[in-house]
Design a protein around this ligand. Structure first.
Ligand SMILES: Cc1ncc(C[n+]2csc(CCOP(=O)(O)OP(=O)(O)O)c2C)c(N)n1
Length: 700
């Protein structure tokens, strides 16, 4: 394919595309880094979308009814930045775009970031963008089904997602594709920039799927374009067709040439390296540009793009008129939608039961969490509540719910808010991120699976935390307390990651009261996602438990005002720690501290933390049936897991691993004796002397 053979375009189109290619070469060459190849090869796709097809208003990037674009191949962000510049987004001046890879970094980050105008989600970890796009498309479908009325297509935007070969190789991309096909999301268009090249070169060495056939078999419409880098007309036509197809999402498989025009066009080398001065000049010469002039944008190219601004203003004005009429015609729906547009969740506080109304008989914290799901989910259309095939055991269902399903299936409809994600944990959370990103605060995704399988979802949780995308994650069966399912299902080290992750509320509540505290914390925090680790096994409602204590991250739940020994615990181990305290208190003053949210406790004033954990006057021992990593920060010693767990009933397992109250009292008692010495005066261990009290107790 020769780059001089642009037979299918007008002169203006060709010049616009050439300009993008030369700019991409210059932008990477200036700091000798970045990803030029795809921006060059897929320039025609960019022009087709922003110049011809997408509905947006550059003067109001957050216009509610816009189409949404997701660059799943986030490394190709230069293309998006240039498009936003040409389309007329004020904040995307050419100078701003030039900050790509610059030391004075700005909006033109190495991968697109959600906080900047025209960028719907942060992308870069390949595959997740496809799932985000599925979430955005679900959001559009759900809103349309809930608020659109005859003659009022209030929500009818499309979601355009750009994928390369990489995102299609990633499991999460395939999980999401499968979901979209199942749901028949016909507002979703997945554009495959099929250049058949990744970092290491041709995909012939690792990826030989027939993607078009595969997507067809997954329930998608498929359109093929053969000569995408050259044939703008064909690209526009294919995307136009895709936009109008009904009943299924559409996959547009467009063959392009990566780095078209460069010496190494079609090769891995142009994917992620600057071309070099000589080759940049060579590209420009071929495209009829001055080989020595940099960052050249002919004025005719800016003229070519002026239309996007007038068109954008007109479509928004038209929609505003529709919205005005809608508000007059459907005041109730409009009021609710307005409140959701503002990200409000009004009146939930009144629906929260007081401690006196909570069940006093022991019950699993996963079940206590269900109290809040049942109280809130039926009332708020913003709640999109689902599970990766564990709806009942994670208590995220409610009587009378409607499933989010393709109406054709007879299983539900698009207004449904109970979501069956199937056994696709990673995509579940990445899709949830798309829901949350549609318009922050408009949706509150609640998603569930066993805690162990939040490991599968971890990369998407990280992206939620990075972007301030709020969700509530329900992570049940959170320890060896899962019992007979055995070590494959018993999380030991996972909490360490979630505790270290910034921007998330990771909560392990001790009882029903703390579960309420966890929900309150999550709902009061309008910014960060939350993840609750919940027990499979029953725990009693503790006399000293407190939702306000959860709001401080940790608090004294039981025991002495002047302890010689302070026990720290979380979740189901808190009641166990209280049992241990009771066994020891005939000879020691003991206190028990519940620490449901370590990161939040860390942010409390030092005096408060000292008053809760008096580490300079008391020995401090942590009890938690997870790995000990991190506890040396709070305690002098700890009782933790050192192996992967075993298959047996949960009460047998707690015995086996040394967590019976009598064994814990034994071990901790001996530890205290050691530090009390013969004189009886307590000597406190120093930094670095953390002791593992259960290491070696269980051999496997
Ligand atoms: C999950 C993940 N793994 C690895 C990478 C590193 N990486 C960035 S781009 C890329 C290759 C992508 O190939 P493709 O999607 O075909 O993009 P193109 O070469 O067409 O630009 C890789 C491996 C990444 N960004 N995300």
């Amino acid at each position: 394919m020769s780059i001089t053979k642009f037979l299918q375009m007008s002169e203006e189109d060709r010049r616009a595309i050439h300009t993008i290619r030369c700019l991409a070469a210059d932008l990477c060459q200036q700091f000798k880094g970045g990803h030029p190849g795809t921006a060059m090869g897929a320039a025609s796709i960019g022009v087709a979308l922003w110049r011809y097809l997408m509905k947006y208003n550059p003067a109001n990037p957050d216009w509610f009814a816009r189409d949404r674009f997701v660059l799943s191949a986030g490394h190709a962000c230069l293309l998006q930045y240039m498009m936003l510049h040409f389309a007329g987004y004020e904040e995307w001046s050419l100078d701003e775009v030039k900050k790509y890879h610059a030391p004075n970094y700005g909006k033109a980050a190495g991968h697109p970031e959600i906080e900047y105008p025209g960028i719907e989600v942060t992308t870069g970890p390949l595959g997740q963008g496809i799932a985000n796009a599925v979430g955005l498309a679900m959001a559009g479908k759900n809103l349309g089904a809930t608020y659109n009325r005859e003659g009022f297509p209030l929500v009818d935007g499309k979601v355009w997602c750009f994928t390369g070969d990489g995102c299609l190789q990633e499991g999460v991309g395939q999980e999401a594709i499968s979901m979209a096909g199942h749901w028949g999301l016909d507002n979703l268009i997945l554009i495959y920039d099929n250049n058949s090249v990744t970092v290491d070169g041709s995909i012939a060495n690792c990826f030989t799927d027939d993607s078009s056939a595969k997507l067809k078999a997954t329930g998608w419409h498929v359109i093929d374009v053969e000569n995408g880098s050259d044939d703008l007309t064909a690209v526009v036509k294919a995307l136009e067709t895709a936009k109008n197809l009904k009943g299924k999402p559409t996959f547009v498989n467009i063959r392009t040439v990566i780095g078209i025009g460069a010496a190494n066009q079609g090769k891995g080398k142009v994917h992620g390296q600057a071309l070099g001065d000589a080759d940049v000049a060579n590209v420009k010469r071929q495209l009829g540009f001055d080989a020595d002039a940099k960052f050249v944008v002919p004025s005719s190219v800016y003229d070519y793009w002026t239309e996007t601004k007038t068109r954008g203003a007109a479509v928004e004005a038209e929609w505003n008129a529709l919205w005005t009429k809608y508000q007059a015609t459907y005041p109730k729906e409009a009021t609710e939608l307005r409140s959701r547009m503002a990200g409000k969740l009004e009146g939930w506080q009144e629906l929260v039961p007081p401690k006196s109304a909570l069940p006093t008989a022991p019950q699993p914290t996963r079940k206590s969490s269900g109290i809040m799901v049942e109280a809130l989910a039926p009332k708020y259309n913003s709640f999109m509540v689902g599970s990766a095939d564990l709806l009942e055991s994670t208590f995220v269902s409610w009587p009378g719910m409607t499933e989010f399903q393709n109406p054709e299936s007879g299983l539900g409809d698009y207004s449904g808010r109970q979501i069956r994600y199937g056994i696709r944990e990673f995509a579940m959370v990445a899709v949830g991120n798309g829901l949350a990103a549609y318009q922050k605060g408009m949706f509150l995704p609640v998603m569930s699976t066993f805690f162990m399988f939040w490991l599968y979802a971890a990369p998407a949780v990280r992206m939620a935390a990075l972007q301030n995308l709020r969700f509530i994650g329900i992570a049940t069966h959170d320890s060896i307390g899962i019992g007979e399912d055995g070590p494959t299902h018993q999380p030991i080290a996972l909490a360490t990651f979630y505790r270290a992750l910034p921007g998330i509320n990771f909560v392990r509540p001790a009882d029903a009261e703390e579960v309420i505290g966890a929900w309150q914390l999550a709902l009061n925090d309008e910014v960060e996602p939350s993840l609750f680790a919940l027990s499979r096994q029953p725990v009693p409602l503790l006399e000293g438990s407190s939702r306000d204590g959860v709001a401080r991250g940790g608090y004294v739940v039981y025991g002495s005002a002047n302890p010689q020994l302070t026990l720290l615990a979380t979740g189901a181990e808190v009641s166990r720690a209280i049992d241990v305290a009771k066994l020891l208190e005939s000879r020691l003053a003991v206190r028990v501290v519940s620490l449901p949210v370590l990161a939040l406790f860390d942010r409390q004033p030092a005096e408060y933390r000292r008053s809760v954990i008096p580490a300079s006057t008391s020995l401090v021992v942590a009890i938690e049936a997870w790995a000990s990593f991190g506890w040396a920060r709070y305690a002098h010693a700890g009782c933790h897991m050192h192996t992967f767990g075993v298959s047996a009933p949960q009460d047998v397992l707690f015995e086996h691993f040394g967590f019976s109250p009598s064994n814990l009292a034994d071990k901790i008692g001996s530890y205290v004796d050691k530090w009390r010495g013969d004189s009886g005066k307590l000597v406190l261990p120093g930094v670095g002397e953390f002791e593992e009290l259960l290491e070696g107790y269980a051999q496997h």
